[in-house]
Design a protein around this ligand. Structure first.
Ligand code: AMP
Length: 352
């Protein structure tokens, strides 16, 4: 999706991906097949590019440090590095003005017990690195649940206060170092730890919470000195916002911006990379984004056939060669649709 927008701005793209049939290779101009931690291949990518970005957070931040000194990686390694370890990420968020759930550093049974004592029940155990979409997480509500962390013992982990949130929300921002543009905030609904729906404008979010979320997120981005794109996910509880995690790349909750806004997260990232002035996005109409996992692929194809041209239904299929349950295979954006209208017209098509 970055490559598609870059092409629209007249730029050529080269992508690196470990898989020879990566969907990106069908829309970029050149490609390199290599692992995300292959230092020589990453250097080749940098050498062949005028500007480099990342859209996957497990490219080792350490490998980027020497490359960022030699080549033009406008976002640098810092936001990636800061987001790759949950303890580092939450400490950084707290030190730069955001409220975070209570947390403790855990590495073995003894530190786990100490962490539970400090954080209290209920709490959430998460591996510090490489976790996404709920992988490597255990909710601990009672002492009996502690045994469920056994498979992860010995792996560095974080223990967090369980926030009984009213809802989850996220913001995507792009900064050129002077100016920050923010995309309208979405309310995120997860299923089994994976984003299922993003609703924009966020239902139930009052203006005071919205303004606080924008103001604190932009202040955080400035204080950290991050430029380029940054997404932050929050828990909202009784009008308070709690930082959950951040990602210095286009975010799944921002996919709705392609049709739902006057400019989108991929395009503004490209403008930043190309040194062009950023454009302030505006919501076109209420929008619902539905993620399509493997189990919903056939339903998504049927929706694509069936939706009338006037309905504002945009089906994106990524063309991944293997479809599996819980694997993100695409998304559908419903523009001009509220959550209630989505429930009435489309919801039951998909696995509940
Ligand atoms: P994460 O990978 O940290 O984004 O976690 C995946 C999902 O698990 C989140 O989107 C929440 O729905 C839930 N979750 C994670 N951490 C917490 C927490 N501290 N309190 C309550 N729910 C959580």
């Amino acid at each position: 999706m970055i490559a598609e927008q870059a092409a629209g701005l007249g730029a050529r793209t080269i992508c690196l991906d470990p898989s020879a049939d990566a969907p990106a290779f069908r829309v970029c101009d050149e490609h390199i097949v290599a692992a995300f931690d292959d230092a020589a291949a990453l250097e080749e990518l940098c050498r062949r590019s005028d500007a480099v970005t990342y859209e996957f957070e497990n490219v080792p931040g350490e490998i980027l440090i020497p490359l960022a000194e030699k080549y033009n990686i406008p976002q640098g390694y810092r936001p990636l590095f800061d987001s790759q370890d949950r303890i580092r990420e939450k400490t950084n968020a707290r030190d730069n003005g955001l409220r975070v759930p209570r947390f403790a550093d855990v590495c073995d049974r003894e530190s786990l017990m100490k962490g539970i004592f400090e954080v209290g029940y209920p709490c959430v155990f998460k591996t510090r690195t490489l976790g996404y979409d709920g992988h490597g997480q255990v909710v601990i509500r009672t002492p009996e649940d502690i045994a469920r962390t056994e498979p992860y013992m010995g792996t560095p982990a974080i223990l967090e206060e369980f926030v009984p949130f009213d809802y989850e929300a996220s913001i995507v921002m792009v900064s050129d170092g002077q100016r920050i543009v923010s995309f309208p905030i979405g309310r995120n609904i997860h299923r089994e730890g994976i984003l299922d729906l993003c609703l924009v404008p966020a239902p139930q979010m009052d203006e005071a919470v919205r303004a606080k979320l924008v103001e604190q997120s932009e202040a955080f981005m400035r204080r950290c000195g991050y430029t380029g794109i940054l997404a932050i996910e929050y828990f909202v509880k009784d009008g308070e916002i709690y930082f959950n995690e951040m990602a210095p790349r286009p975010h799944n909750s921002g996919h709705y911006t392609i049709e739902g806004c006057t400019t989108n997260q991929f395009r503004e990232l490209c403008r930043y990379l190309l040194g062009e002035p950023l454009q302030e996005p505006r919501l076109v109409a209420p929008t619902v984004m539905k993620n399509i996992l493997g189990e919903d692929l056939a339903a998504a194809q049927a929706v694509a056939q069936e939706a009338g041209p006037e309905e504002g239904v945009y089906v994106h299929l990524y063309g991944k060669s293997v479809s599996k349950p819980k694997r993100k295979m695409g998304h559908i954006t419903f523009v001009g649709m509220t959550a209630g209208e989505y429930d009435a017209r489309w919801r039951e098509r998909f696995v509940q």
